[in-house]
Design a protein around this ligand. Sequence first.
Ligand SMILES: [Zn+2]
Length: 258
Amino acid sequence: MEKRTAILGLLLLIAGSSCRAQGNITVYITKSGAKYHLSQCSSLRNSRLAIPLADAVKSGYEPCALCKPPVLSGGAAGGSGNSPAGAAAISGGLYRVNAAGISRSGEADLSRLLQAEAVDSVDGDTIRVRITGPPAGIKAVETIRLIGVDTPETVHPRREVEAFGKEASDFTKARLLGKTVYLAFDWDLRDRYGRLLAYVYTPDQGCHNAQLIRQGYGHAYTRFSFHFLEEFRALEREARAGRRGLWALQEAEKAAPL
Ligand SMILES: [Zn+2]
């Protein structure tokens, strides 16, 4: 590590004819953002953490477009210097449930999962996480789409279901936000929107994807195949039979004449 930093610093001294030694520059990041900034940037209003520029770049942060902080190498300006490695390169370092020889979500070995901090929740089934020292191909801040579960849209024409989307979102927030979570992966690492596809675990609650379905906050999302599909389907059947959460509402709607 030290050697690498030294080489990096040397390169910078050589390359940075118009700049001072960039390796020692301090930049700033925020609690949940994916960019790094100069100290006066308006994006730092709510939170700021000082970090050496070299560490920010190494951790996958990208330069803010507003305050235009320095980039490490003149040739890599524009952010293309940090393009993620291909999926093949990262599969080695990540825990894939389909390759782990387990058949149920509860059997995953948390000590082998990728540790992250849940810094924001977007919806019941989507969160934002920060990963310290992410493996190649994973960014320091990622949006995670939980595999195999779909919670109600928070924008929905049916008022009751809309309200339940909020409950699902609150449930995820209460269970995960601000906590250390553990990420396991499956066949596909990302969806077509570039979101990371993962099973999200906590030491005390186990697999949150499964919990959402078990407690009736969402249904098993089976449009794309995943390793725990049969288990999640069974959890949904139980939740429906028990009229938990969402399914209690559906029964009520069915009973009421339109
Ligand atoms: Zn900025």
